[in-house]
Design a protein around this ligand. Structure first.
Ligand SMILES: Nc1ncnc2c1ncn2[C@@H]1O[C@H](COP(=O)(O)OP(=O)(O)OP(=O)(O)O)[C@@H](O)[C@H]1O
Ligand SMILES: [Mg+2]
Length: 393
């Protein structure tokens, strides 16, 4: 069928036509927003899951909802401390825009003026030549957000912004994608800010998304982090939701899926959103129309698998050096299940210390992660299977 009207969206952060299976998260977040409007606080939120499960699209959906409700909303994608933009600068830039919007619609009442001043101090620290322009003349608020230490300054900024938002019955939310990329001091600053805000009943929330290792790195940054956040594991969709991710977008444009075609793709994708989109798209492109048959689905899976192998999996495999590939090959004996690091070393006939650098490099490259101490797992589903299909070199 016409690829121009293809309603599936395999990719990174591309909003699917049907955001399937996330109603619980959206509802729970709605409760947080409603509570905030009545001055009641809740814990901040951290979404965790493997690559391609839909963390970014869910994060964006939640951000849209807070924006529509008139909150001050910032959104950043964390970058690694080597070479990436500093977190402080990113926060300053995103909140700059949010504040300009808020001050435009709220007017320069006292608390907004003060929040703008605090913001000015905060941003002067990232850009001493004058801070970010906020479009109006405002003096930096002395003694607020100007110590240069991120935890103190972010706390000041969060408190003053939420003070301003409070007058309008809303709050402040900072959305942080790829949160595991932040370093220990940045994570600690986030924890401390949420902790202070909670104690003062300020409506300031961080909504983070990251790999399943994120709760562990947060707990390392601040031991109380496990009680500070609500952790929402984002995973594969259950079969009904996976089916609606396929059926609904087609139905909207008058195209029907045969039951067996849906069942086959749901099964082969194991409900992983990215695979569902990839197979759905390929099946659509293959189908002569007007409906999508089992044959189309099978051809779609084949084409989709080839495309995953060529892109998604191969790019990861090629990023690994030979010793790192050996390490992953030893992990792949456990399939997609996590492996014991000691056991992997044993399979390679080496001591754990000898394979330590390969393991560390793989973590650094984002190909594997440590769900807990001494355990190692792939960051994408299906990687083990891909590896076993690669010829030994
Ligand atoms: N709930 C959903 N229903 C249907 N499709 C979805 C859903 N969530 C995500 N997708 C699709 O899955 C793909 C991956 O989504 P997304 O980029 O949000 O994943 P991610 O978890 O952020 O991945 P990464 O860790 O690589 O950043 C996209 O093609 C998106 O359209
Ligand atoms: Mg993402």
């Amino acid at each position: 069928m016409d690829p121009v009207t293809n309603p599936y969206s395999p990719g990174a952060g591309l909003r699917p036509r049907e955001l399937a299976g996330r109603d619980n998260e959206i509802e729970t977040f709605g409760v947080l927003m409603e509570r905030a409007a009545s001055g009641l606080t809740s814990r901040s939120v951290v979404l965790t899951g493997l690559r391609g499960v839909g963390k970014t699209v869910l994060l964006n959906e939640l951000a849209d909802r807070t924006r529509k409700a008139g909150w001050i909303v910032g959104r950043v994608e964390a970058e690694s401390s080597e070479g990436g933009r500093p977190f402080r600068q990113q926060v300053a830039q995103t909140l700059n825009r949010a504040l300009r919007e808020a001050s435009g619609s709220w007017g320069l009442v006292d608390r907004v003026r003060r929040a703008l001043g605090t913001f000015k101090s905060f941003s002067l620290r990232t850009d001493p030549s004058g801070g970010l322009s906020i479009g109006i003349e405002i003096d930096p608020e002395r003694g607020r957000a100007d110590t240069g230490s991120l935890d103190t300054d972010l706390t000041d900024l969060a408190l003053d912004l939420s003070d301003a938002a409070f007058d309008f019955g809303t709050g402040v939310a900072l959305f942080v994608d790829e949160m595991q990329e932040l370093d220990g001091s940045e994570l600690a600053a986030i924890c401390q800010t949420c902790h202070e805000a909670g104690q003062r009943e300020a409506q300031f929330y961080v909504v983070g998304a990251g790999l399943p290792s994120l709760p562990r790195v947060l707990a390392e940054a601040r031991s109380y982090a496990e009680r500070l956040f609500q952790y929402w594991p984002i995973g594969a969709l259950d079969p009904d939701d996976a089916a609606s991710a396929l059926i609904k977008p087609a139905d909207d444009v008058g195209v029907t899926w045969e039951n067996q075609a849906v069942e086959t793709i749901v099964l082969r994708s194991a409900g992983y959103p990215y695979f569902l989109q990839e197979f759905g798209k390929a099946a659509w492109d293959f189908a002569p129309g007007p409906d999508i048959s089992l044959r189309d689905a099978e051809a779609g899976i084949q084409a989709g698998m080839a495309s995953l192998d060529q892109g998604f999996f191969r790019s990861r495999w090629e990023r690994a050096a030979p010793t790192e590939r050996e390490y992953m090959r030893a992990m792949a004996e456990d399939g997609d299940e996590p492996s014991q690091s000691g056991e992997v070393a044993k399979r390679l006939g080496k001591k754990s210390t000898a394979v330590g650098p390969a393991r560390a490099n793989l973590i650094h490259k984002g190909l594997v992660y440590a769900p807990e101490h001494g355990v190692i797992a792939f960051t994408v589903p299906g990687m083990a299977d891909f590896i076993t299909r690669q010829p030994a070199n």
